[in-house]
Design a protein around this ligand. Structure first.
Ligand code: ADP
Ligand code: MG
Length: 357
């Protein structure tokens, strides 16, 4: 097994698109690492470059203690699962799984054994004689994973492996994948544009935008202290409330009220900031908070997302327990929970400070 070191890596396509831009990143041995970012940010390119399917324009990639930058794909000992699974339609499930061994001229009996063992690990035992067309999306996804695992690779590269599954199956598959990765303890790079998926499975996440890393951290760090408003907007199942504020004597003036200044920041008068508060960290109760009128209530199951129309045309989302749903038209106050207010530079969007909970 092996960690991955990426140093100053750029990938420029012949048409001039700089898909990966001066990227430096270390992934630990055995880590489940997610690359998260919107479509077109360079996730697939980075993964294909790790696999050796795209060439680095500059920079280096080390896997374990071996510089693999110029080494061809077959000699990197890396397994990749593609977004569309890329199974061989004319081969059975068993033949698909054992394909990497066939390429290495392993004897038939050995191939069968590996197909049976790996297939069993991925709950495919009854399906080994079928062809891909006779499988559901979830089963095809498991065959693709089994084939990658059967390679016995040092590194597993997964390009949006769950994106072809329907919502329900996706949740099951991601739990399955997390357990499998923990059992195998193989260094895994998992690409997704789905923030909830990245938060759920990864030990650490790199948020990418336009070929660059915006932030690296644990799911908790990225959720609680997003490095900028781009990430704040992108992470979380309900969007973070972002609204302008201004330092005044006694606090930060925003949405027609004065909020306390988060700890760790000297009181400053004058400069404007962007305030960020997640709907989950606002409570509807009397107190020092933001007044508004309930305009929408969205049912989220055990909670509801309440939209408050506030001063200056600002709308705030507030999450409430299912038992506390207000009525449309109610005039209420949203009180920030201490320890969860973020301040961002209103020009650059960068995080200035976060309350420490
Ligand atoms: P993601 O996987 O995050 O959606 P990609 O790595 O596929 O992003 O693409 C990154 C950028 O590189 C995009 O602007 C895309 O249009 C461009 N790109 C991808 N593949 C090629 C290619 N073969 N030739 C030229 N440009 C490409
Ligand atoms: Mg992609």
């Amino acid at each position: 097994m092996a960690g991955i070191d990426i140093h100053g890596l750029s990938v420029v396509y012949p048409n001039g698109v700089r898909a990966v831009d001066e990227l430096t990143l270390s992934i630990a041995d055995g880590e489940f690492f997610a690359l998260l970012g919107p479509s077109g940010c360079g996730k697939t390119t980075l993964l294909r470059t790790l696999a050796g399917l795209e060439q680095a324009s500059s920079g280096s990639i080390t896997i374990g203690d071996r510089d693999v930058t110029g080494i061809d794909p077959a000699r990197r000992n890396v397994a990749m699962v593609f977004q569309d699974y890329a199974l061989f339609p004319h081969m059975t499930v068993a033949e698909n799984i054992a394909y990497p061994l066939r390429v290495r001229h392993a004897p038939r009996a050995r191939r069968l054994e590996v197909a049976e063992d790996t297939g069993a690990e991925l709950s495919l035992s009854g399906l080994l004689d079928r062809r891909p067309a006779q499988l559901s999306g979830g089963q095809q996804q498991r065959v693709a994973l089994a084939r990658a695992i059967a390679m016995g690779a040092d590194v597993l590269l997964l390009d949006e492996p769950l994106s072809n599954l329907d919502a329900r199956l996706r949740l099951e598959a991601r739990t399955f994948l997390k357990r499998l990765q923990r059992d195998l303890a193989v260094t895994t790079v998992f690409v997704t544009h789905d923030q909830a998926e990245a938060l759920a499975v990864a030990d650490r996440i790199a948020v990418l935008d336009a070929g660059r890393i915006r932030q690296i951290g644990t799911p908790r760090e990225i959720f609680q202290r997003p490095a900028d408003t781009f990430i704040a907007n992108f992470i979380g199942s309900t969007p973070m409330n972002l609204f302008p504020g201004r330092f005044v004597a006694g606090g930060i003036e925003a949405v027609g009220t004065v909020l306390p200044v988060p700890t760790g920041l000297d009181h400053r008068e004058g400069p404007t900031v962007t305030i960020g508060i997640r709907p989950e960290y606002l409570t509807l109760r009397p107190g020092n908070g933001i007044r508004g009128t309930v305009s929408v209530v969205e049912n989220l199951g055990t909670t509801a997302l309440v939209v408050l129309d506030c001063a200056e045309g600002i709308q705030l989302g507030v999450t409430v327990p299912e038992t506390d749903e207000p009525t449309i038209g109610d005039e209420l106050t949203a009180v920030p929970e201490p320890g969860h207010t973020l301040l961002f530079d209103s020009d650059s969007g960068e995080l200035l400070t976060a309350d420490s909970p």
